[in-house]
Design a protein. Sequence first.
Length: 287
Amino acid sequence: MVLPLTFAAATAHATLTFVRHGQSVWNAEGRFTGWTDVPLTALGREEAAAGGSALREHGATFDIVFTSELSRAIDTAHILLEHSGQQSDVPVHRHWRLNERHYGMLTGQLKADAVAEHGAAQVKLWRHAYSIPPPRVAESHPLHPRHDKKYAHVPAHELPCGECLHQTLERCRPFFESHIAPELRRGRNVLVAAHGHVIRALIKELEQLSDDEVSHVSVPNGVPLVYKVDKALRPIAPLDHIGGSAAARGRYSCLGEWLDFCILDSRQQSSDGAGHGDISERGVSSV
């Protein structure tokens, strides 16, 4: 799709900002979520608001927003716009191809219960291996998306029944190329409010990361990741990122800029820090 740019002297043509939704109810409970439509927690709404405030402080503006069909991402998108000071007429487009990775038969299970049943090593493979999906659900199973009226217009064979990151990327890529990339080529500033694995998949594609490198990239809840791209949609690397691999840069570091400084500052000043934690310790599970 694109090739990574390895110098910082290029002129930015557009910006692409990713934000993972705030904490959801099942995130808080430690459950595999996937396509289940669960709401944000109070903390999740605070995380989204903090992300919006960080965008405002960064001076970010958006021409268009893309999100999934899941309420935790949709609500995050609107909270981000509100707290970043954006006009209410910024269009927000939803699409099922930006839904989170489908966790198959693991959906709804407590992670601790999955480990007890299948073993820590197997669950780790299902969660983090690029090409190993969890146990799939049959089309007749209630967890299959064909039983959700939101997806009645989608051919059943296109709907996932259990995905690894590779399959998630294969699902997301057509939408990126048909809807998001054209907006960027027009020089527009795009916000994608989505999910941890979806954002990891698109980071892999955008930066052309190897299967191993993407395993070192995690996406915290509510923290904006801002890419400047050139006319060929190649990310413009900050000077301090040149020559380093994703592994060397750390699990949150990409060629984009994480806007976590404002969030950390605001939390250090807060009188009630319960549940907020350091950015490197929270929100790292992509579910």
